[in-house]
Every structure is written in structure tokens, then in C-alpha cells.
Design a binder for this molecule. Sequence first.
Ligand code: AHR
Length: 496
Amino acid sequence: MKGNLTLDAHATVGKVDPRLFGSFIEHVGRAVYHGIYQPDHPSADADGFRQDVIDLVKHLQVPIIRYPGGNFVSGFNWEDSVGPKDQRPRRLDLAWRSVETNQFGLHEFEAWAKKVNADTMMAVNLGTRGIDAARNLIEYTNFPRGTYYSDLRRQNGADQPFNIKTWCLGNEMDGPWQIGHKDATDYGKLANETSKALKWVDSSIETVACGSSALDMPTFGQWENTVLNIAYDNVDYLSLHRYYGNRDDDTPNYLAQNLDFDDFISGVVAMCDAIKARRHNKKQINLSMDEWNVWYHSNQQDDETAPWQEHPHLLEDIYNFEDAILVGSLLITLLKHADRVKIACLAQLVNVIAPIMTDDNGKAWAQSIFYPFMQASTMGRGTVLTPITSAETYSTKEFHTVSYLDSIGVLNDAGNQVTVFAVNKSLDTPMQLHVDAGTFDFKQVTGATQFAGYAPKQTAQDAAMHIAPNTKYTLDAPGLTIELPPLSWNTVQIAV
Ligand code: AHR
């Protein structure tokens, strides 16, 4: 099978905001306790953070991490999580029907995030709480000194402000499962007023308003319209959340789901721009895909988990190889929209629908989805080149004309290297991908890798998966031809 990607140095989508490779830590399951924090684990450092997890997170070079939820944040009192640990209350977490000990809180997260070189994307509780708790929180985190909350932070051991720059105005507030769920008008007003108050404390921050929690919400569209009509002038981003699964065990259909992701993003961009046009507004609202991933393997097990445990095993999807291929296609889709999607958080980071897992008393290990995410995050920074692709197509029960090829190129900031990412969705046929150099001068291939050769349902649980070099390429006059194995995620780096 043949595929083609044409590059043109003058046709660009836009610059990649590093926050496109963000992730998410929520107080749910074993993400925090027995995930990033486990003082009695052999690898724990002086702060009780698992060093084996820190090492794996560092491989992903995650620039920003959303915290502390998710559904959890809509019932969270941030004050419970600061101050002496022996005085922090144990609470019922109604979102996940678990017990929250608050032994890991705001200061611990900031210390941990620093160790993995990540910024915080802080979510405020707009479920059970509102403007007052949010403005107190930002006074605590961002105000230097000399006021009640900034001095409380200093008293609790952080002399310097945390200076958190990106703030989520609640979480999935359109969902009836959310504590304090609201209709669009009520949420729009609350998000607008909260954003104003947060920015009055620190005018350098950016805020994210909740969009629909999923494309298939009955209020999708109407919600976005109402919220933005109220809050347009005071917020910077609108959020999107999207999870996928192969529930019918139909792999070709499953691998086509990045088309749905693409439509979702384009649709929300159109909604933002329709409001912009109607208001004759120069300001553009960009998108924060602040939860995305595959999530379905653990659903049944979670239904059977007993409530009111501390750090129960929840949302522990064990990913297989086909999941990693879809994640690769979703990453390419995010890059395609880098002009408007400025923030994206792989949900989540450790143990909970995560690329990194821990055994309670044993090792930390990388799941299949770890590999495409790591390569996109470490190699996909720079300027996205407009992808012109062609390949054979197929149809499934949900999608028509699905290309076997997903591919895109990113020019690095130095302007001397193009990285091409490519997925071959065929289950049985290799693809000869021709990368047309267009206006580039391809000097040499500096690296080529393939993630391939695993059965669709193979997991990385028992034995590590790995990325292998790809030597099946030739550099010729108009470009490069490389063989993409069946069912594969691939990268090629070319000096230009
Ligand atoms: O990421 C898991 C959950 O999915 C989050 O808490 C919630 O926002 C979404 O529904």
C-alpha cells in the first residue's frame, strides 16, 4: 500500500504550545496515594514521593499538570489540604465514593510538580463552592505576602508564591454526575464572575471555562453558546473532554475514532468563532482539551468496587497495543489543530487511565500508550506543517473514507529539523510512505523509529514494550520513502 505526505515550509498550522502535551493528576483511585505519593515505598524520597514514578514522568516531559480534579474538585475544600498533616481532616469524597485523607495536598503537589518540571493547571471548586473559595485560593497560591491567605501559605512553609498561571473554572459542570451541577446560564454567570475575581488578584493568569463534558451530551452546542455569550470577555479557553473505547471489539472502527476527535475540535472552534463574529470581537477563544484518552477497560471492575475505601483500585485501565495506536492518531489530530488547541491533558498520568502504573509494593511501569505520548511530547515541539496526505481508505460502521494513514510534520524551533509522525492503521499490510520534501531540502535522516510488531490486544503489563529503530527508508531527490509496518506508530527525523 502507498501513502503520501507533502510538506511545505510556507504552509503552517501554527506554533505548538508546549501545554499541548499536558497531563492530569486527580485525587481518585491510586493516582496520588500509592501513585505519586507513597512514603513507605522503597523508592520513596524524603518527601514521600515515589522516585520510580518521578523518573518515568520525566521521560514524558509533561509541561503542565491539571490538579486536583476532575469530578473530585467539585466537592473539595482546598483548605483541608494545607497546614500540619496531623490536623488535616479525613473526608468523604462523594465523586468517587472514597475516603480522602488529605495527607497529600497543595504544597505536596507543588513540590512534586517541581520535581517533574511541570507547571500546575489548577481547578477551582464551582460545584459546592464558588467565587469566595476561589479568590482565597489564588490569594494563597499567587499573592506574595502581607495578607491573610498569602501569610498562611508562608506559615505553612512556602515563602514564595506558587505563581500558578492556568486556572480551570470548575469541572464538567454540564454533567448531572457532578456535585453542584448547574445549567448553562447559572454556570456561565458563576464562571464569568469567578474568572473576574481570580484575575483581579493576579492579572497575569489565564482561565478555562467548562465546555460540554462530551460531544454526545444532549446540551452540546447550546451549552457552549450560552456559557460563552455570558463569559466571553473574561475567559481565555473553552474546555473539551473526550474518551474512547473499543467496546464492540471492532478494531478498524476503533482506530477511526480520531475522525470523531477531529470533528469535535472543529465543531467547538466553529462555535467559538461564531460568537466572536456575532459580537464583532477581536478576541479569540482557544481550546483546552483538558481530558482525553482511551477509557473503557476498567468500567466493569469499577462498578464492583466497594465504596468508602482509601485509594481504591479505580479506573485502572490496562492498555493494549491498539490503544497505543489510537492514542498516536489522537496526538496527530491534536497537532493538526495546534492553532486553536493550546492546552491538552492526557487523562490521566499515574494509575488512573494512565500511561504509568505502579504495583502497590513493587515497580512502576510504562503502559503501551506511554510510548507514542512520550515521542510526541519530546519530538513534537515547534511549528506544525499543514498536512497534505493521501492514502487508501476504508469504511466502518461509524465512519466513511477513513484513511489508513494519519501523518503530520513538525519543524523544530531551530528550523533545522522536521519530525514526521505517522500511523499505519492497516492490520495486515505495510505502507510505503512517501514524504514529499516540498520546499524543504532534506539533508539526511537523523532518526527513524517504529512502534510495531505487537498483537492488537497485547499489553505491556508482563513485559515492557519498546520502540525500535526503522531502517527501511530511502532518501531520494524529491523526498523520503519509508516503510510503515502494519498497525504501527512511526517517527522520522530529517535534517533540513
Ligand atoms: O478523568 C476521569 C474523570 O473523567 C474526571 O474526573 C471527570 O472530569 C471525567 O468525567
